[in-house]
Structures are given as C-alpha cells and as structure tokens.
Design a protein around this ligand. Structure first.
Ligand SMILES: Cc1cc2nc3c(=O)[nH]c(=O)nc-3n(C[C@H](O)[C@H](O)[C@H](O)COP(=O)(O)OP(=O)(O)OC[C@H]3O[C@@H](n4cnc5c(N)ncnc54)[C@H](O)[C@@H]3O)c2cc1C
Length: 407
C-alpha cells in the first residue's frame, strides 16, 4: 500500500526477509518503510493483539515529516487531541499558573501533534497489516547468526530464517538483552519512578491537564477531549531504582501509596483508585544509551535502542524517525553492515540531542527541592506572559534524506 502514490521500489533480485520484534510505534513504522523498499516483512508481537492505552504522546518536528511521507498526516491531524490548558497547582491545590501545553512542552501550534498512543499504533498498523505478516502472541526465543542469515526460534516452537532481524521491542527489549546483555549496562536511571492508570472523570475536566507538585512528587490528571475517563499520573523522586518493586505489582502499589501518604489536592482519591486499577503501568524514568545499535544482522530501533524517557516527550518521535532512517539505510545498502552503519551515522546526533533534553530543562517540571520548585513556578508564571513558544531545536534537528531504495 503506497498512499502517497509513489513507486514501491521493489527490487528485481530476491526479496530480503526481515523479522521485526514489537508492534507498537517503531515496529509497524519500520515495517511500512521496509515494505516500500521491497522487503518481505514479518512482525512478531508478544501481546495477543495490538496494545491500546498509554498516555497521549507527541509527534513533533522531524517526526511530523515522517508521518507526512507515510501519508497518514491527515488521519493523525483528525486524531489530534488539542489540549487547551495545562494548570499547575501548589501543594494545597491552589493555582500557580495556567498556560498552553505547547508553551510547556515546546511544541508548535498547528504543526506538532498530540495523539492517544493507541490511536497512533492503530493508524500505523492499519497502514501495513495487508502488506506485512503479523504474528501476535508470539516472541523470539533464540537468535543464531552462525549461518547465512539469522535462524530464529519462536516461543511457539516455530523455526524460520531471516536475512535481518530488528528489535523494536521497547525500553526493556529482549532482543537487546539477547544480543548485548543485561539492560543495566545501558540504562541511565533519571531518579524518578512513575505510575500511570485511568480513573473516572468525576472532576468535570475537559481538554486539559492539571499538574500538582510538592518537592520530589507530582500528580497529574489528563482529560483527553471530553472523555469520561482521565489518565492519572503519579511520579516521584527516588534516588535509587526500586528493583524489587519493578517485578512486583503489589510492592509498586505499596511504594506509591507510602510516598504520597498525606499529600493534598485530589491525590488521596488518585492513590485509592490506583490500589484497584487493572491498567496500572509502573516504571522508572530512564534512558537507553548504547555505543552501537546493531550486532551482525540484528539491529535495534526506537526505545529498544535509545529510549529518551517520558521527561523528553520524544519517545514516539524518535521511534518514527529512527524507523525511517533504519529502513533507508537498509534500502540503500545491499550489505547489512553498511546499512546499519549508515543508520547509526545519520541518526545518532539527532538521538543525542533529544536525549539531552533531560539535562537542560525537561526534568525541571518535577523539581526535587523547595527552592527548585519555586524557581520552576516563577518560570511558569513568566511563560504565561510570553508569546507562544517556538519549537525546541532538537525536535527538528534532522533533515530526512529522500527515501530512494536501490533497484
Ligand atoms: C501499552 C503501552 C503503553 C505506553 N504508555 C506510554 C505512556 O503513557 N507514556 C509514554 O511516554 N510512553 C508510553 N509507552 C511507550 C511509548 O509507546 C514509546 O516510548 C515510544 O512510542 C517508542 O515506541 P517503541 O515502539 O520503540 O516501543 P514501545 O511502545 O515500548 O513498544 C514495544 C512493543 O514491543 C512489544 N514487546 C515487548 N517485548 C517483546 C518481545 N519479547 N517480543 C515481541 N514483542 C515484544 C511490546 O508489547 C510493545 O508492543 C507505552 C507503550 C506501550 C506498549
């Protein structure tokens, strides 16, 4: 399917076969571009179906150009959430500042997009599902590169050989672990944990985000449109990652409840809802930083290779841009080593600039001391009176090459 009406660029030589692990954002986006370049693509996803849910995500700068070239910009514009207000609150719930979400996040009105994560995943999946093989409810058990390709044994027991394999399996990538070893070596912990879940919109919130802070703690309620459901978000500073809690949902609930005990505003109601939430998602805020994104015939893309953390708001944009750049590397190089080298060479600086957003400002949304919180509040009050924000340079720092597969 080529919605922009361009040639698929299908090669006259035998089709290269590529297995992609993970069907969220990076996986289906990569599958689209690889299919466009004439590869036969299989996507394997551990979950039994496409995964819905998650906080709204942003598509900004260079990533907007990627989705335009994919022909899905109009659909994403229709799905655009259009949050109108972001209100910051004191510990007692009184208002500190109320401003445009774009002023806070550095997005550009009329260009950048904010969509439900599930909507973006569904639009990408719909774009490729007729052209790409999807294996839901399965995963890669072993990878063996000793032969001419990559011999893959799936969890289901199926065995197949592919020319290339790509891990698009997220921050805690199994593909990365198989290839490069434990996550700890590549994980840069940013000092925060967070819990996300949904709760009833009994507050009458509409098209807006409310953010409550005390030093080291924040609670947010996110109303997407006029939905009767809110996205609730609790985040807190924790100097060391709570490794035990990461594997134990009950310990996660206990940890969050103890951290937020005695907090003001609507936090007690949020904590109560979290106790029984069946969609609780708990994790640490962290980045993945790797010296190389490939080994032999296997490469990584998106969060698996360079998760930037929610503090940057750039996870999905990096996944979309990374998918385009990796596919372009494969499409323009017959040899996989050259393909992966080109992908790294042309994408790494963009990734680094976006990951660096946590070092120069993004984390100040959640200050850990009273003094830093007061400084942040002053900055927010100043933002209210400033003209609307301009884009952060990192969002648009990469000029996409033309997608020109070899013939
Ligand atoms: C359900 C869900 C909710 C999310 N909610 C938020 C949110 O609220 N805020 C936020 O900033 N980011 C969220 N994210 C992460 C966000 O989507 C990514 O940061 C970003 O879009 C980059 O996407 P990605 O495709 O690289 O990785 P991800 O979106 O993490 O996708 C990885 C995919 O790989 C699959 N997978 C994992 N392991 C295996 C395996 N062994 N074999 C096969 N498949 C595997 C996962 O099920 C998932 O579909 C969420 C992701 C998911 C899957």
């Amino acid at each position: 399917m080529t919605p922009t009406g361009l040639s698929t660029g299908v090669s006259t030589t035998a089709k290269r076969t590529v297995l992609v692990s993970g069907a969220s954002i990076a996986g289906p986006a990569l599958a689209y571009w690889l299919h466009r370049s004439g590869c036969a693509v299989t996507v394997v996803e551990k979950a039994g179906a496409l995964r819905d849910g998650g906080y709204p995500i942003d598509v900004r700068g260079t990533a907007v150009e990627v989705v335009r070239r994919m022909g899905i910009l109009p659909q994403l514009q229709d799905a655009h959430i259009d949050s109108r207000r972001c209100t910051f609150l004191d510990p007692d719930g009184s208002e500190v500042a109320s401003l445009s979400p774009r002023a806070v996040a550095g997005g550009v009105e009329g260009q950048d997009l904010e969509v439900r994560r599930g909507d973006l995943a569904a639009i990408l999946y719909a774009l490729v599902r007729d052209d790409v093989e999807f294996l839901f409810g399965d995963s890669i058990d072993t990878l063996d590169q000793s032969g001419q390709g990559v011999d893959v044994t799936f969890h289901s027991g199926q065995q197949r050989t592919f020319d290339l394999v790509v891990g698009a399996d997220g921050m805690h990538s199994r593909t990365r672990e198989t290839l490069f070893g434990p996550e700890e070596q590549f994980h840069r912990y940013l000092g925060y944990c967070f819990a996300i879940f949904t709760m009833p919109n009994s507050f009458g919130l509409s098209h807006e985000v409310m953010v409550w802070n005390t030093p080291g703690k924040a609670a947010a309620l996110y109303a997407v449109g006029d939905s009767d459901e809110l996205h609730a978000f609790l985040t807190f500073h924790q100097p060391q990652p709570p490794f035990d809690a990461l594997r134990d949902p009950d310990a996660q609930r206990d940890l969050v409840a103890s951290v937020f005990a005695g907090a003001g505003w609507e936090v007690p109601a949020m904590v109560n809802t979290m106790r029984d939430a069946d969609d609780l998602f708990f994790d640490t805020a962290g980045q993945i930083r790797m010296p190389h994104w490939s080994s032999g015939r296997v490469a990584l893309v998106g969060d698996a290779a360079y998760a930037p953390s929610f503090l940057t708001g750039q996870g999905s944009s990096l996944a979309l841009v990374g998918a385009y750049m990796l596919a372009n590397g494969i499409a323009t190089n017959r040899d996989h080593s050259s393909a992966f080298a080109a992908y790294e060479r042309d994408t790494r600086e963009f990734v680094a600039m976006n990951q660096a957003l946590v070092d120069n400002g993004a984390a100040t949304l959640f200050p850990t001391t009273a003094r830093a919180l007061e400084q942040r509040n002053t900055m927010l009050r100043d933002l209210v009176t400033l003209p609307s924000a301009t884009a952060r340079p990192a969002h648009s720092a990469l000029r996409l090459p033309e997608f020109a597969p070899l013939r």
